[in-house]
Design a protein around this ligand. Structure first.
Ligand SMILES: [Zn+2]
Length: 298
């Protein structure tokens, strides 16, 4: 399915729902993923059509169709029969959730469908959890699911940056974060790496940083047989790529030898810093918001 989605909102949809729809579209567009939603003024054979109408079950706020024939789900229906009064957050949650259905996401807590590797079937705060709540942010596992299904470019995988106290861990395989590693949080992402080497790319290795097994850095050169290739990036800028910056973070260790060390934060966010180096170029969506920091709850 194409990840470029058009949304048409039918004329009977009330203004409070239109606000929710537009906010939900922005929230999806702010994910660092291949999903790009635009609004259109006329319904087309490709558009997701948001309509209002009666759904027999008065406990359903809305429903959304799944993708079919390579197209996103064609309809989201808002139930004019819904039994309770809704708050703005309920409407926003509902529209993020129903758009998720039109991209092919099913409920995290139901056995239908297929569990995206390295996500949890017990993620009760997921936007795609089947029981309604009024959360309006994605969870860590939502983030993994979205970037697995809709990477920004074909053949790429998101480079996740995890953090635990001052220590960093980097992975393109979210399955590396297991319950035994659950005190890491997702600190953000660092763009997307190619899964296999394509012309013009070089390997990116994950290397232990210092004497602790908890801290890591990245390097284009292999330094030991323990180094792990996370993927492949470009040494020079290419269309659709952004710089991957390395920021050295100084830690003083009084009374120890050596008396200091550096930790390395890799990110596509450009900020003022002395110890900043571009280590290569990664596929990336230019988004206005930074990835929120997600606790990982198994
Ligand atoms: Zn649902």
């Amino acid at each position: 399915m194409a990840a470029s989605v058009q949304v048409y909102t039918s004329s009977e949809v009330t203004s409070e729902w239109r606000i929710a729809i537009n906010k939900a579209i922005n929230i999806w567009n702010d994910t660092n993923s291949g999903i790009n939603i635009t609004t259109v003024n006329t319904s087309t054979s490709l558009s997701v059509n948001v309509v209002m109408g009666e759904i027999g079950d008065r406990s359903h706020i809305a429903n959304g169709y799944y993708p079919y024939g390579g197209k996103p789900g064609t309809r989201i229906m808002i139930n004019t029969n819904f039994i309770n009064k809704l708050k703005d957050a309920d409407r926003l949650h509902t529209m993020i959730h129903e758009l998720g259905h039109t991209f092919g996401l099913r409920h995290t807590n139901e056995p239908a469908g297929y569990l995206i590797p390295c996500t949890s079937p017990k993620d009760i705060w997921s936007i795609m959890f089947g029981m309604h709540d009024d959360t309006t942010t994605f969870t860590y596992f939502d983030n993994v699911a979205i970037s697995t299904l809709y990477p920004v470019a074909l053949g790429t995988k998101k480079l996740y940056r995890y953090k635990k106290n001052q220590y960093y861990f980097y992975a393109t395989d979210a399955c590396e974060i297991t319950p035994s590693k659950d005190s890491y949080i997702l600190d953000g992402d660092a763009g997307y790496l190619h899964s296999t080497q394509i012309p013009g790319t070089v390997p990116l290795y994950r290397i232990l940083n210092g004497s602790t097994v908890k801290d890591h850095k990245l390097n284009k050169n292999q330094t030991s047989s323990n180094d792990v290739i996370l993927g492949y990036l470009y040494p020079t800028q290419q269309p659709g790529t952004t710089p991957l910056y390395s920021y050295g973070i100084y830690e003083s260790k009084p009374g120890q030898t050596p008396s200091y060390m550096y930790h390395y934060n890799y990110t596509t966010t450009n900020s003022e810093a002395i110890l900043k180096v571009i280590i290569g170029y990664v596929n990336n969506k230019t988004i206005t918001k930074e990835t929120p920091k997600y606790p990982i709850v198994f």
